[in-house]
Design a protein around this ligand. Structure first.
Ligand SMILES: CSC[C@@H](O)[C@@H](O)C(=O)COP(=O)(O)O
Length: 350
């Protein structure tokens, strides 16, 4: 299968960040071409590009595009500008660690080139290369994650996923969806259930869109149907992505993942978190240290342009939750499958 959608890339002349506007899916496939930091920040903040790895890729390309416009012969002036753009983009969303990881990686490359006395022009070229490397490595990681995960799955299984951890969230086949695509190519005939994923419907708008388009067997359920579907014996494994995995294995993902994991424990269904190692943050000791993004109440009071709650009512809208490591059967990265105790396994990865 060839992948047709890349959510974040550069245009041909490499002076604009091209994003598929995911807020318009599944109705419209519209690409945005951005070269202003405020527009790139807005696109990340408002989920035009979303999903942890894709946010990192967009930020790396965005940083390059903005920095490349800056005219100077001075490396220290360029450094100042890079830090300004990077710090600004880093304020767009707080939970997915891939955003900070990608920006730090660009800064590290800058410093490596600067300390080798490279010119401004050479440094800019190196940053272009680095952002491309981030994209290409992500594609390879997805493939490897999928291959490892497939070892845990059997043909004909029912798989439940939450949110979108597919091609729209990465530059490749996704993380949680990578084994679904690989299995499809190899005749595994998985029955995939996609949680609708309130309030922004990444499951029904995005996961169902891309799996359906690629011909996989996908069924949408609303979030509150997961228990019933599990009770009916339709689910053999839960596969989800992650926005940040702490050093002890606690994992943040889209709001509602914790509930799915708790239900799965009750029904003795394995819960797999699939993510590249760039999603693991050793600086975050436990899930309690993960900042959970709080989003505007209007997403719930006035979802998709229809008033669904009184306009003055209070709303609490955390965008992510943290599943404690004790609810996770395995964490699958490009480097292999980690089983509990996660602390030791995660440490061994780095
Ligand atoms: C491979 S993507 C993993 C996660 O980033 C994904 O499951 C998720 O929670 C995305 O949330 P979103 O708010 O749509 O960016």
């Amino acid at each position: 299968m060839t992948k047709s959608i890349i959510p974040a890339k550069l245009n041909k002349t490499k002076d604009k960040l091209v994003l598929l506007d995911q807020t318009l899916l599944p109705e419209k496939e519209k690409y945005l071409e951005l070269d202003q930091r405020e527009d790139i920040w807005e696109a990340i903040k408002n989920l035009r590009v979303r999903g942890a790895p894709a946010i990192g890729i967009a930020a790396a390309f965005g940083l390059y595009v903005c920095l490349n416009q800056y005219q100077t012969d001075s490396v220290s002036e360029l450094r100042k500008e890079l830090k300004e753009i990077s710090n600004y983009l880093a304020t767009s969303r707080p939970t997915a660690v891939n955003l900070f990881w990608a920006l730090k990686r660009m800064e590290k490359r800058f410093e490596a080139e600067a300390s080798a006395d490279k010119s401004v022009k050479a440094i800019k070229e190196a940053l272009l290369e680095e952002s491309n490397n981030i994209l290409k490595e992500d594609q390879k990681m997805d493939q490897a994650i999928g291959e490892h995960a497939l070892k845990l799955l059997k043909p004909g299984m029912g798989l439940l996923t939450h949110c979108n951890a597919g091609g729209l969230a990465t530059s490749g086949y996704g993380t949680a969806e990578a084994p679904m695509y690989l299995g499809f190519d190899r005749g595994y005939d998985f029955k995939i259930y996609a949680d609708e994923t309130r309030p922004l419907l990444q499951g029904s708008r995005l996961t169902a869109f891309e799996l359906n388009k690629a011909g996989l067997d996908v069924t949408v359920i609303t979030d509150n149907m997961a228990a019933q579907v599990m009770k009916e014996g339709k689910i053999d494994a839960v596969l989800v992505g992650s926005d940040r995995i702490a050093a002890n294995g606690d994992a943040a993902n889209k709001i509602g993942t914790l509930g799915v994991a708790i239900l799965a424990k009750e029904y003795q269904i394995p819960v797999y978190f699939l993510a590249p190692t760039s999603t693991i943050d050793l600086q975050t000791k436990t899930g309690a240290d993960i900042e959970i993004e709080l989003r505007d109440g209007e997403e719930i009071r006035n979802g998709f342009g229809r008033r669904t709650a009184p306009h003055s009512v209070k709303v609490y809208n955390p965008a992510f939750d943290v599943t404690p490591a004790s609810y996770i059967t395995a964490i699958i990265t490009e480097k292999g499958i980690i089983k509990p105790p996660f602390k030791k396994g995660i440490k061994g990865l780095f």
